[in-house]
Design a binder for this molecule. Sequence first.
Ligand SMILES: [Zn+2]
Length: 150
Amino acid sequence: MTCDLCGFVENADNSIIETKHWIVLLASDQAYLGRCYITLKRHCGDLTKIKKEEWSEFFEVIKKLEKAITKAFNPDLFNLTCLMNLAYQNNPPNPHIHWHLRPRYKNKIKFNGLTFVDPEFGHHYAREHERSMEVDQSIQNEIISRIKAI
Ligand SMILES: [Zn+2]
């Protein structure tokens, strides 16, 4: 069974953080400035099957990542979710563990001439309200370097 995320991990070339077990990549949708994915490098679709060493490394990745994004953009909050709903739209499902990290901002923030607003701050980003803001590769690279420069 093929897995898009395995290919995504294999072909990734501009990670924000990469450790033995995890890779952090920026999302092209930056409606939440600094939004990224934290993906387990091996194929595994069940959170209860994550090894102790992987969990402990995940914790370190999150600490490092939140610190770096805070220094770069100073969000007020981070939403961290592991959903994997998309994989269950297929039969049979073939999930691959990944987390969505959405920095949340009480006030609007400007970066590289763009303004980012979070009108649902303090609330869940319900799917029907979720805004999308695709940014081009050059802006993505600027965001990545800002986060990595810390
Ligand atoms: Zn996979």
